[in-house]
Design a protein. Sequence first.
Length: 220
Amino acid sequence: MSRKSIQLDEQVYRYLLSVSLREAEILKECREETAKHPMARMQIAPEQGQFISFLITLLHVKKALEIGVYTGYSSLAIALALPDDGHLDACDIDPEITTIAKRYWSKANVAEKISLHIAPAIKTLDRLIEDKQNETYDFAFIDAHKPEYIDYYERVLQLIRPGGLIMVDNVLWSGNPADETIQDEDTVAIRLLNEHLHADDRIMLSMLPVADGITLAFKH
Ligand code: SAM
Ligand code: CA
């Protein structure tokens, strides 16, 4: 029995996708269009999108929050899995790149389920807290500016209901947080966030080596 996760070389990764990925046509379209963009690597992996949809369905999520929309892949994965009366508050700072996301939301007939908040995410989260949205969200996905991860997390933890789930993306950041000689701003921020969550007894947590690493935090 192995005590650590299997290494996914290209062949094994292709195999994993070939026997498990069920990607909706609209998600595939979004992924293929995004692949032409210079920052395409910011998009989540397709099996991660499927895992998000799986969790949304499993947990009967009705009210969701996303921080970091980009061209819309993860928001589509969330919105497509939400029930008809479900809602997603999606935060991003970039009005231009998110026009692509909005186009896909319309095409997928989920635009009505999504409110896009164009502003620094911290401001949007503070406003939601001011608007007494505390403990009303069932699910949140954090995937925006890495140096602000702890600031997002602390606000999201107020907004999520007890029993709700937070998914944080890129917690393994290509492995860099494990190498103490790497001290760039993003790596240091992710290292601090990981330590912060590990010590946080307000949550149950599980870090998974899916894609670039995700942490699932379940609020007690
Ligand atoms: N989840 C997306 C997907 O699946 O394609 C990828 C998100 S991408 C890694 C990060 C996004 O965060 C970018 O679209 C960027 O504009 C946004 N962002 C950066 N700084 C931000 C901030 N301070 N507030 C809100 N969004 C921000
Ligand atoms: Ca990401």
